[in-house]
Design a protein around this ligand. Structure first.
Ligand code: MG
Length: 164
C-alpha cells in the first residue's frame, strides 16, 4: 500500500540590483552579461528565492536567519553552497521536494535561451528530476525601478512531501 503523504507549500521572493563589475550568476549558472547581481554573497536571487520557498514550506524560518548578511564567511559565497545546506536541512526534517516553479522578472540577461540548463542545474541541487523544476523569464515591459536591466526580482513556490 502506498504511504499516506502530507504536503506543504512554500513561497520565496528575492530582489537584487544588477550592477557593472559583478559576475552575472542566476539560477546557479553564469550568464554573459554586462551587469551582475549586487549582494553580500554572489547575489543569486533565483537560488535565494528558491531557498526561502523550501525553508518556508518546511517551517524553518528563512535564508537571512540561517546565513546572516553581515557575516564575513558568506561574503561572495557561492549561493549553491547555501542552497545545498538548506536542502540538507529540509531532507533532515523528513521532507522531500515535490516540485518547484520560479518566475524571474528582469530586463537583464535573457532567461529563455538558458532555461533548460537552469532547470537541470536546479534539479541537481534539489535532488529531483528536471521536470519537477520549472523556470519562467518575464520582462518588465519597461516599467518600474527594475526596468532597463537594472535589477532582477524572483518569485519561487515549492511543494514538499512527507510521509504522514
Ligand atoms: Mg538575496
Amino acid at each position: 500500500m502506498k504511504p499516506q503523504m502530507k504536503h506543504r507549500v512554500g513561497l520565496g521572493f528575492d530582489v537584487h540590483r544588477l550592477v557593472t563589475g559583478r559576475p552575472c550568476i542566476l539560477g546557479g549558472i553564469v550568464f554573459t552579461h554586462a551587469r551582475g547581481p549586487l549582494g553580500h554573497s554572489d547575489g543569486d536571487a533565483v537560488l535565494h528565492a528558491l531557498a526561502d520557498a523550501l525553508l518556508g514550506a518546511a517551517g524553518l524560518d528563512d535564508l537571512g536567519t540561517l546565513f546572516a548578511d553581515r557575516e564575513p564567511r558568506w561574503k561572495d559565497a557561492d549561493s549553491s553552497t547555501l542552497l545545498a545546506e538548506v536542502v540538507r536541512r529540509v531532507h533532515a526534517a523528513g521532507w522531500r521536494v515535490g516540485n518547484v516553479d520560479i518566475v524571474i522578472a528582469t530586463e537583464g540577461p535573457k532567461i529563455a535561451p538558458r532555461r533548460a540548463e537552469m532547470r537541470a542545474t536546479l534539479a541537481r541541487l534539489l535532488g529531483v528530476e528536471a521536470d519537477a523544476v520549472n523556470v519562467k523569464g518575464k520582462s518588465l515591459e519597461g516599467l518600474g525601478a527594475l526596468a532597463g536591466g537594472m535589477g532582477v526580482a524572483v518569485q519561487a513556490v515549492c511543494l514538499l512531501e512527507h510521509e504522514a
